[in-house]
Write a protein that binds this ligand. Structure first.
Ligand SMILES: CC(C)(COP(=O)(O)OP(=O)(O)OC[C@H]1O[C@@H](n2cnc3c(N)ncnc32)[C@H](O)[C@@H]1OP(=O)(O)O)[C@@H](O)C(=O)NCCC(=O)NCCS
Length: 182
């Protein structure tokens, strides 16, 4: 378990699969993600079987402490870890929509960044976010990410092309934010 402020990151279990199928077939959740194909139980089971052997992908279930109970609200992860250059990509999706906008995403991102920088000794964490996702952009900014540029019309969705942003945070910036108490 990796504990943060009111959130914890834990390993994904086989029992989580039906929850993922529910989340990742919800158009409102998929609207913000790269995945777009309906997801079957068989697809998710196949994906789960492959998780164990992956040395360069860390996936975590995000549990939040709500009314004194740990509730599984989403997933996060560090992907495509490049051990030579010490960088990785961050992904996050809170599938339980009723908890959007309550600070859990920012807490989960800060927790995964702490793990990336202070345990895995990474130097840089990056991500890509659609320009039409201001909630996610704000969440990443609060966690210390900076916008590094626009991928113009890189994402096709609902009949038109949308921009996306590349964002990243360096270890120094994360440590600076930690000592400033944010
Ligand atoms: C993106 C996500 C992880 C963010 O987590 P969250 O818990 O909802 O976000 P937080 O509450 O920590 O922070 C959201 C911030 O955005 C702000 N916000 C929300 N909607 C907004 C909008 N339409 N425009 C501008 N800001 C907005 C909130 O006010 C908050 O900022 P504040 O604390 O300064 O007020 C979560 O919403 C999610 O999983 N969404 C669906 C999947 C997704 O978008 N994944 C990311 C793909 S890159």
């Amino acid at each position: 378990m990796i504990y943060g402020d009111g959130v914890r990151l834990r390993a994904v279990e086989r029992e989580d699969i039906p929850t993922f199928v529910r989340w990742f077939n919800d158009p409102e959740v998929l609207h913000y993600l790269l995945m777009y194909r309906p997801m079957s139980m068989a697809d998710e089971e196949h994906w789960f079987e492959g998780l164990a052997g992956r040395q360069n992908d860390f996936l975590f279930a995000v549990d939040a402490l709500i009314d004194d109970r740990w509730v599984h609200i989403g997933n996060t992860g560090l992907h495509r870890i490049d051990w030579k250059n010490s960088n990785a990509s961050l992904g996050i999706a809170l599938g339980e929509k009723q908890y959007w906008g309550q600070g859990y995403g920012t807490k989960a991102v800060r927790t995964v960044l702490r793990h990336a920088f202070l345990e895995l000794n990474l130097h840089r964490v990056e991500l890509e976010v659609f320009a039409y996702n201001p909630r996610a952009i704000r969440c990443y900014e609060k966690a210390g990410f900076r916008n590094e540029g626009t991928r113009r019309e890189s994402h096709y969705h609902e009949g038109r092309y949308h921009d996306s942003y590349r964002m990243a945070i360096l270890r120094d910036e994360f440590e600076g934010a930690l000592s400033a108490g944010s």
